[in-house]
Design a protein around this ligand. Structure first.
Ligand SMILES: *[C@@H]1O[C@H](CO)[C@@H](O)[C@H](O)[C@H]1NC(C)=O
Ligand SMILES: *[C@@H]1O[C@H](CO)[C@@H](O)[C@H](O)[C@H]1NC(C)=O
Ligand SMILES: *[C@@H]1O[C@H](CO)[C@@H](O)[C@H](O)[C@H]1NC(C)=O
Ligand SMILES: *[C@@H]1O[C@H](CO)[C@@H](O)[C@H](O)[C@H]1NC(C)=O
Length: 468
């Protein structure tokens, strides 16, 4: 198939200039016309060189014997027998071996603690932590009692679908009483007996990470009342709610609740729930739906505070996979497929002939997009330019937009002027330029919109932040 390409492009030329009746480019090379002074240029396949690609190896590093974007350095351009061996491969992080052929297993040292599951990445690893552990290595425990019992959650933050009034309407079993170990004659929440869809809700006033719930019944007039089974729903905005399903399970998860009036039952959320509003929905109640409870969790930035929330989010390490990257358009050098500047190439420090993203047009309508797969906290970005056949190209100014649905976008604003923030980008083909988002934002989708550039819009990048 490759052999046909040059023939096709040179046959095209031969129609104009009948002198060329044969393909001038050898060994599977691609023939390009209409570029610069020369009537044509041959782009050689790996392993060949020379103007018409009729020469094989031209030195120990040509073709590059190093795999996985390793760079080859010549020690001495001499031959021994018919192989070159006077070179050394400088490997990209995460690779080793004489030819960088070994992808180092970053999980080999078991970096994940507390039962976390490790996934090897290019030059990095990621831990999937069992609840209630969080952090890069699952080293932190997210187990703060959030304040139903202690009082940090105020009465005004607790509401319910209905309230039971006992003893001729004099006893109010209101939601504000639903505090673990609450004492007294009237010491818990009970839903009204006619309420067919009871719930009690806690508004935590900001997004929190919840890793568990402790429930308890109560006794009324000498009889035990409690919730035997319940579901949990949560919401970010108090308007749309999702019922907790548990990892990989389609049906709503039904939690096992209490068995008597006084003992406590702890259930873990694994994975944790990230939400501002949490609703407990009784499914099976004994005598009445009566509840005292506590929530277990932590601030979202417990992770950020310790790790600085400026972890690379995985452009370079490939935690962000190719199908999570897209762009407004994609440039092809000389219109050749082999030299397509895909958004999937926009990975920081990527090596190779085409090693960055570049759009078809150089205008301010172009963008590259990262779908992070779920909402993450974004605190910064590192950008980098590249070279296209020796020409230095980079983005010198850019805007950043973000979205939670991939449809409606917010452009990051300058805190002082309120206008779209213009970030200062690169000044050369290779150095890293870091910009910080102040304040950080939460988003699943992030777009970079080039605003000014040198030669052609050309971008490699990394996003910085942390989960949630
Ligand atoms: C390669 O091609 C050039 C010009 O087309 C020719 O002069 C040279 O002898 C060729 N070399 C080999 C090794 O075929
Ligand atoms: C409630 O629980 C306490 C402590 O377990 C127990 O002594 C008491 O008998 C229970 N009351 C009812 C009505 O079940
Ligand atoms: C950018 O280029 C595209 C494609 O040529 C064009 O449709 C669009 O109008 C241009 N936008 C601006 C702002 O020039
Ligand atoms: C491109 O970057 C490399 C590595 O930093 C540097 O050595 C080289 O001089 C740069 N090339 C140009 C043309 O600026």
């Amino acid at each position: 198939m490759n052999q046909l390409l040059p023939v096709l492009s040179c046959v095209l030329v031969s129609a104009v200039l009948p002198v060329w009746t044969v393909n001038a480019c050898h060994n599977g090379a691609t023939c390009v016309t209409g570029v610069g002074e020369d009537p044509f240029i041959c782009i050689c396949a790996d392993g060949f060189g020379g103007d018409t690609c009729n020469l094989t190896e031209t030195g120990p590093c040509s073709p590059n014997p190093c795999r996985n974007d390793g760079t080859c350095e010549v020690i001495a351009p001499t031959r021994r027998g018919d192989v070159f061996n006077e070179y050394v491969c400088k490997c990209q992080p995460g690779f080793e071996g004489a030819h960088c052929q070994i992808n180092v297993n970053d999980c080999a040292k078991d970096p994940c603690r507390n039962g976390g599951t490790c996934r090897d990445l290019d030059g990095d690893y990621t831990c999937q932590c069992p609840s209630p552990y969080v952090g890069k290595q699952c080293q932190l425990r997210c187990i703060t009692l959030l304040g139903m019992e202690g009082g940090a959650i105020a009465e005004s933050q607790i509401s319910a679908s209905s309230v039971h009034y006992g003893v001729l309407g004099l006893q109010r079993w209101g939601p504000e009483l639903a505090r673990l170990n609450n004492q007294g004659i009237v010491n818990a929440w009970t839903s009204a007996s006619h309420d067919r869809n009871p719930w009690i809700e806690i508004n935590m006033q900001k997004k929190m990470r919840l890793t568990g719930i402790i429930t308890q019944g109560a006794s009324r007039m000498g009889a035990a009342e409690y919730i035997k089974a319940f579901k949990v729903a949560s919401s970010l905005d108090g308007i749309s709610y999702v019922t907790y399903k548990g990892d990989g399970i389609r049906r709503d998860k039904v939690f096992v609740g209490n068995v008597d009036n006084d003992s406590t039952k702890t259930n873990l959320f694994d994975p944790p729930i990230v939400a501002q509003y949490i609703r407990i929905i009784p499914v099976v109640c004994r005598k009445a739906c009566t509840l005292r409870m506590e929530l277990v969790g932590c601030e979202l930035n417990v992770y950020s505070n310790t790790a600085g929330c400026s972890e690379p989010l995985g452009m370079k390490s490939r935690l962000i996979s190719d199908d999570q990257l897209s762009a407004s358009s994609t440039y092809r050098t000389w219109g050749i497929d082999t030299f397509t500047w895909h958004p999937q190439f926009a990975r920081l420090d990527k090596a190779g002939k085409t090693n960055a993203w570049s759009p078809t047009q150089n205008n301010r309508s172009e963008w590259i997009q990262v779908d992070l797969g779920k909402t993450k906290q974004l605190t910064g970005i590192i950008t980098q330019g590249a070279k296209d056949f020796g020409v230095v190209q980079f983005v010198s100014e850019f805007k950043v937009a973000y979205s939670n649905n991939g449809e409606s976008w917010n452009v990051v604003k300058d805190g002082n002027t309120g206008r779209d923030q213009i970030f200062q980008g690169n000044i050369d083909n290779n150095s890293h330029k870091k910009n910080v988002f102040e304040p950080p934002f939460y988003a699943q989708y992030v777009r970079v919109i080039p605003w000014e550039w040198h030669e052609r819009i050309t971008l490699r990048m990394e996003l910085l932040g942390c989960d949630d």
